[in-house]
Design a binder for this molecule. Structure first.
Ligand SMILES: C[S@@+](CC[C@H](N)C(=O)[O-])C[C@H]1O[C@@H](n2cnc3c(N)ncnc32)[C@H](O)[C@@H]1O
Length: 355
């Protein structure tokens, strides 16, 4: 199966339009502190920190900076940091960011950064080598398209018909177990992993699914491309946006089930992170800026998946189709700024590797 995405839009675009993901990381500050406290540190004073799904670095570097500040009083050796993402990630951008002003390499010049260009559904480094793992706004990405989808008018967990939703959830469940099994292998005994990802609230009926409003807009714009003949309906029917917000129960299941002998569940809970684009709109009333920034945020994380799963099957140049798609999105948001709220639920999961 090919990956669900080639990564975020690179060359600084994702970093410039990932303020929401930065807020997600900030919202986890207390949990990060608990994760560092809960980790058993190696007796030789060394520490290896890994960040999974690091992207081009703005938020990954900030998270690692926080971990190193928290852990510094407890270690004597030079910390090693592993940034991991898909081979197609913008690694050059990450290298540039690591050399920049805000980098933890300035604060902790004795630290060393390593890259692991490997998908997170397998082990990305040596067994039993990671002391503290983090992952921000990444683990909701699937390994690929769920096989056999037929959903010509929907795009996401929140709007898929029941039978198709079951295929999406089956894939999400297999993927999450694979993600955790790989971490169980590479965490040191007593090592702790903190994952923040999109969530769903299973207590509400209908289920409250993070980002459902935005995905409704993405679906409406894609359907316009199908209706105008730009994209064949068969290609669209076989595609879901390959991101699945999980419920607390779904997230806890492998830890209390198949992986219970290797992992211990320290935390699994939902919190809400407000959309910075919505907050700016409320403060300034500037609808054009809202539509522009909300669209750019969406483009930064979604373009590579849509390019591969939808635009590539279209008539003409996929890059022009992408411009048309995101242009439609921006116009729709400008016309109806209250119509497609981001409405986040962030799910945080903390696990510790058993001895
Ligand atoms: C929204 S970005 C988050 C980046 C960063 N952690 C942050 O908080 O800004 C999601 C990241 O997950 C990565 N990703 C998606 N699927 C992945 C996989 N199978 N293995 C590793 N990384 C993956 C993407 O390439 C991307 O860099």
């Amino acid at each position: 199966m090919t990956d669900a995405t080639d990564g975020m839009v690179g060359d600084g675009y994702y970093d410039a339009h990932s303020t929401f993901q930065a807020k997600v990381a900030e919202s986890g500050a207390e949990l990060l502190e608990q994760a560092v406290q809960a980790a058993t540190l190696p007796a030789d004073g060394s520490v290896v920190v890994a960040d999974y799904g690091c992207g081009e670095g703005r938020n990954s570097i900030a998270t690692v900076q926080s971990v190193l500040k928290l852990i510094a009083p407890r270690i004597t050796g030079s910390p090693v940091v592993l940034h991991s993402d898909l081979p197609t990630n913008d690694w050059a951008g990450l290298a540039t960011n690591l050399a920049g002003e805000g980098s933890y390499l300035r604060t902790f010049p004795e630290a060393r950064a390593l890259f692991a260009p490997c998908g997170y559904f397998q082990r990305v480094t040596m067994p039993a080598s990671i002391t503290i793992g983090t992952s921000g706004s990444a683990a909701h990405w699937l390994s690929g398209q769920p096989p056999g989808l037929d959903m010509p008018r929907s795009l996401y967990r929140s709007d898929a018909p029941l039978a198709e939703r079951a295929k999406i959830l089956a894939q999400a469940s297999r993927d999450w177990e694979a993600f955790l099994a790989a971490r169980a292998e590479e965490l040191q005994p007593g090592g702790v992993l903190l994952v923040q990802m999109l969530g769903s609230d299973g207590r509400d009926d209908p289920l409250r699914v993070s980002a459902a409003g935005l995905l409704r807009l993405m679906n409406e714009c894609a359907l316009q491309l199908v209706e105008s003949g730009d994209v064949p309906k068969e290609a669209y029917a076989a595609y879901c946006f390959p991101v699945v917000p999980r419920t607390v129960e779904e997230a806890a299941a492998p830890v209390t089930g198949a992986l219970a002998d290797r992992l211990e569940l320290l935390h699994c809970g939902l919190a809400t992170v407000p959309s910075p684009y919505q907050q700016a709109l409320e403060k300034t009333g500037d609808v054009a800026a809202f539509a522009k920034h909300y669209t750019a945020f969406t483009r930064a994380f979604s373009e590579s998946s849509l390019a591969r799963g939808v635009f590539a099957f279209g008539q003409g140049d996929p890059a022009k189709l992408a411009d048309k798609y995101y242009g439609m999105m921006q116009s729709a948001l400008a016309a109806k700024p209250d119509g497609y709220p981001f409405d986040d639920l962030t799910l945080a999961v903390m696990v510790r590797r058993r001895d």
